[in-house]
Design a protein around this ligand. Sequence first.
Ligand code: 5AD
Ligand code: SF4
Length: 460
Amino acid sequence: MELKSISCAFEDLDLLMLKDAVKSKYKGSVPRCYLHSYGCQQNVSDGEKLKGMIVKSGFSLTDDEASADLIVINTCAVRENAHERVFGRLGELGHLKKNNSELIICVCGCMVQQEHIAEKIKKTYPFVSLVFGTFAYSDFYRMLREVIMSGKRVFNIEEKKSEIIENMPAERSSSIRAYVSVMYGCNNFCTYCIVPYVRGRERSRPIDSVVDEVKGLVNDGYKEITLLGQNVNSYAYGFPKLLKRLNDIEGDFWIRFMSSHPKDATKELIDTILDCDKVCSHLHLPVQSGNDEILSKMNRRYSVEKYLEIVRYARSRCKDFSFSTDIIVGFPGESYEQFCDTKKLLEKVKYDNVYSFVYSKREGTKAAELEDNISVKQKGLWLRELLIMQREITEKWLSRFVGKTLRILAEDNGKKEGTLSGHSYENIIVEFVGEKKLIGSFVNIKITKALNWALIGEIV
Ligand code: 5AD
Ligand code: SF4
């Protein structure tokens, strides 16, 4: 498919006109914007780009919702509770609007890309002035200006099939770790998942654009780059090739990525991870279920055995290789025995980290039409069972690092006073006593203890 890659002229007319509108509305003072992103890293990354555009238009950013002139809620659609949180939040924002009629409230992202949600907001939340989906970023300046100038409500959830926007400004929340999107959208249509409906078909950024962005970030001092895509293994120009190109960039930094689909996780991918020193030794490989019948009903297109083959290959090359995964508990029609197959898989693989979710019915997906006769309460109990078991596995499996020295990127304060926290090359949280000035640098830590969620160690 021919891709239209817009090298966005972000200094263009729309921006200039928006800046004028902002100046005249706020009479020369700097208005404030509060933006919150729900959901996955891709959404957080989109939020950072929106913040970049908002700052360019003349706003400053604030963490204080109550004093903001513009509030942007960047939404997620993956599970029902994300929807509920946004509607709850909108109820609260209605009160702010009552006290400040000039307040501009904007709702954007995956959730509102669904027509029935955009309609609901149109009807039920009249104080929301701007609603736009995941394809409308290139129209942001024009839309915001229209809201400011005309006072009218603007809705834009049109799907643009082949657009990729390059060179968007970004206000990144960290100066140490940065997200870089390498592809957008998803073609897989797993039967439970709303993502292909709200983010459209796969579009990959050209290798050179990604390489240039990463070079820029490394020059700016970033120490860890996480490449983002719904399924990076279907990156159109070859994901291992991209990793090798990025690994050749000079500098002391790490490369991570997520997510990978097991159906096209290859030995070449594992070899590339292990052979490229800057690419961290860890693979997030969402398995979703340990039962072949459920995997087939999910349209995952791999078997448990095929999945285990990749795990065995990685561990044959590196016996401590670190995996993490996503699990869905209580897919429609799943029996307790089938759920137990997932527990057995967790025992076999030994993940360092498992993100598990109760199945959430998404309107418009194939799984939403399947009969579902297990109660949410029952599913919650299964989830608990799984979490308790996994905590034990994690604690035992993490103990393979006790006595070893790991390289850590110090990222933040730790849980206990005087400690710092970071991730190891293997993506394991490590906490240790250290001075704040170490935040942002790599440190060697000798591991003294394994917990069921992290490692504890001391500076060598
Ligand atoms: N219900 C529960 N979990 C879901 N996920 C995606 N869709 C659903 C759903 N309908 C989970 C999957 C995916 C992760 C990002 O979210 O495990 O890997
Ligand atoms: Fe959803 Fe499956 Fe695509 Fe992941 S690969 S975004 S789970 S449809």
